[in-house]
Design a protein around this ligand. Structure first.
Ligand code: ADP
Length: 271
């Protein structure tokens, strides 16, 4: 067995991830996958995009490779490069090439953060050609049908500099994610923070909604589902609710003293 095959197996999700579907995203993703169409997940941070891809990886029985994109990430980081190892120069596949060779799901998280040259390698992968140009090896890789490219993008952080270009976005089937409706979000919190009191969970969701109403009035984003789950976990561990929301939510959202006070007061009014 090749080293690559071993590596890929490590990314196979064998235990069913807990995922609460919000709409028909599971069916749409599965249909896109069967048709070799790449998928774009749009939505704010912490609303379940990564968990969804993990669930789809398990559901479709395809290993997944995740790349957290950042502003230094180049095409070479995705494709691969020659490295000197023990005095010898060896080629090492990057995560995108590894996923393409092995028919994995490749998840590029926050794609707009990456350097612009990454779109050069993504584009030919996303149309009928399904090719990955590996320039340094002089190789044009025809990717297998089992390969799937998924990218995520938060339109809320959109700026002129960091917008997803039409030429890129129009190659993808898009799925929109948002914070779940209150009843569903409560169910998620109760599942993720096992042992949380029902009434506390209900109040926490109410508090979360209140912080989301502050968006645009001093807050860039309200509490995400992730932050509410974190607060619930602190509560289960015995931390008082207002302390839990201060630590897990307020301080995670802002450094502004007035805003911290406002969120603290919201929490006191709810708990
Ligand atoms: P994103 O990738 O959108 O930033 P995540 O997928 O990491 O967000 O979600 C953050 C957390 O929120 C997850 O770890 C999970 O606890 C919870 N979560 C959000 N949405 C769901 C959902 N639909 N089903 C299950 N858990 C969810």
């Amino acid at each position: 067995m090749s080293i690559q095959a071993i590596r890929t197996e490590e990314n196979l999700i064998t235990a069913k991830p807990y995922y609460e579907p919000i709409g028909d995203e599971v069916e749409v993703f599965a249909a896109a996958y069967r048709n070799q169409l790449p998928v774009l997940l749009k939505g704010p941070t912490g609303c379940g995009k990564t968990r969804f891809i993990e669930y789809m990886s398990w559901h479709l029985q395809r290993p997944m490779i995740t790349v957290a994109c950042h502003d230094d990430l180049t095409a070479a980081d995705l494709i691969g490069r020659y490295l000197v190892k023990g005095g010898e120069t060896v080629w090492v596949d990057g995560p995108l090439t590894r996923a393409a060779r092995n028919g994995c799901i490749c998840y590029l998280d926050e794609i707009v953060e990456a350097r612009k040259d990454t779109s050069v390698v993504i584009h030919p992968l996303c149309d009928d050609r399904r090719l990955l140009p590996i320039e340094k090896l002089g190789e044009l890789l025809q990717v297998p049908d089992t390969f799937c490219l998924a990218i995520s993008y938060n339109p809320g952080y959109q700026s002129v500099m960091k917008d997803l270009k039409q030429s890129t976005r129009q190659r993808f089937v898009a799925l929109e994610f948002d914070y779940p409706a209150p009843a569903k979000e409560q169910l998620i919190v109760e599942n993720e923070a096992a042992g949380i009191d029902r009434d506390l969970a209900r109040r926490l969701i109410q508090f979360g909604l209140m912080t989301r109403n502050l968006k645009g009035s001093g807050l860039e984003e309200g509490a995400s589902t992730r932050l509410l789950v974190n607060a619930a976990k602190l509560m289960v561990a015995g931390i008082a609710p207002v302390v839990a929301t201060d630590s897990a939510v307020a301080l995670a959202l802002t450094d502004d003293e007035d805003m911290l006070k406002t969120i603290h007061e919201l929490s006191r009014s709810v708990f």
